[in-house]
Design a protein around this ligand. Sequence first.
Ligand code: AMP
Length: 165
Amino acid sequence: RLRRGPVRQSDSGPPDDTAVTLQPTSLSGHDVLIGYGRVGSLIGQALAKRGMKILVIETSDDGVEKARQDGAEVIVGNAADSEILTAANVASARRLFVTIPEPFEAGQAVQQARSANPKLDILARAHSNAAVDHLNKLGANLVVLGESEIADRMLERAQGKNGGS
Ligand code: AMP
């Protein structure tokens, strides 16, 4: 089940756990991070150190808690959902970091964000050449293939850059 912000308590009767409201952000010119796991949390912490305004979209309790501890505003929910992206104000955001590994959901988020904001700088994570092509076609400005970055760093070392031989 999606959880979209605080549970709204009705005026009469017991709290209704199914009635949820999605609290839109008041941020603009901000960085939106989709996912706050191994990749997203590193980006979020680095941006926070530089004083950037950050909004995180996350589904998991662990990711949500970590993002809040790091001082980010958080929207709980699936970033492939257009209502979640609207609440994150991607239309007025500066950058979008799509750090989730699943290419179909990442593509849905990229496509909707690009349509809402033609100027948005969209940086996305991928794990296959097909995913790189898919995300580029849908409007990402930079798609980083994780496996390729790992190989490049190892080769740099093996070829003598950064202290190797
Ligand atoms: P990692 O692979 O460790 O960088 O973690 C990816 C993070 O993205 C996890 O914390 C997931 O809960 C989160 N995540 C995966 N899919 C979505 C999605 N569609 N919307 C929001 N967060 C997601």
